[in-house]
Design a protein around this ligand. Sequence first.
Ligand code: GTQ
Length: 370
Amino acid sequence: MAEKSSFFESSLVQDFNKDIEQYHLGPLWNAIPDLMKHTPEPHAQAYLWKYDLLHKKLMEATEIFTPDRGGERRAIYLQNPGLNYRKPWGWASTTQTLYAAVQLILPGEEAPSHRHVQNALRFVMEGEGAYSIVQGERLFMERGDFLTTPNGLWHGHGHPGDKPMIWMDCLDIPTIYYLGGTFFEPYPEKLEKPSLPDNYSQQRYEGGMVRPIGDRYEKKAPLGNFKWKHTEAALQGLSRFEPDPFDGYAVEYINPSNGKTACPTIAAWMQKLPKGFHSQAHRHTHASIYHVHEGAGYTIINGVRFDWEKGDYFVVPNWAWHEHVAEKDAYLFQTNDLPILEKFGLERKQELDMNNGHQEVKSEFKPVIV
Ligand code: GTQ
């Protein structure tokens, strides 16, 4: 080893490395150990944002930014501290592949319709009465609803109700940015006009797991809004039996026309962890963003304890050991990049095979408190 490193440090090698730089060339021998780690060592870090901070900053943003003024959405994204805040790489990245944000819309506001190749999903945190209009259908939102807007669909938001509304956005923005494939188009008018009955797709799927016969042919988003009452009922039924040892009682939102994840590149799950549940530790290649829909508990990530409660967000980076403990009955909404990793044949997982499948807690994460 010593011989190897003195070779790399020799002036012969270092001078050459420097010399070729001016020609926009680079030496593989210098780069390969960092470029091709033996196992994943993401730059993204485990991190946690408290709801009070997010709420406060969204309220402050109402004073300085309106969709009318800026022509855009009032969304504040969760920037992973291990990734660059500024362009180019790592910008707007909550994990290395996914962007997550909180968005606030006030009564009377309209966020103009647009479409882009980035796949988007929403999870409703607070309020009611606002809608997303997706391809001419107004989808009225309530707390706990999950909405999906895959690649290329027109979408905008309006709020005829009377209370501020807050939801989570998750998009594959960093992935599309790296791939260089972005296209974006504003709608010719401000907000698309309804061309379908309100909550049309939700009504077509009133029964849950049966689909209108036309939907056996693949569509991007045959169901636009997955209502909380269906998700809750599914978890209620599931929770009469044995939980998954790693994720508790968990369901995935799917596209009823093809059985795949509702949003093509981003998996979205709702997990129910009953009070006292302590999951087994494992790690996997994909990275996850969690939002605490309800309850309180903590997650141990690579030996660090992250305490969470209703409204908080946290990130489990790629290949990080993690296990969850519920101190109150909890619902965790999770998004992850498993579909992206699977497309590249990269997904692997490992169970912790010591100490009864539990990590030792070495320290506690101190979140920013406001
Ligand atoms: O509401 O359509 O956070 O297009 C980022 C991009 C929200 C949206 C985001 C978007 C939207």
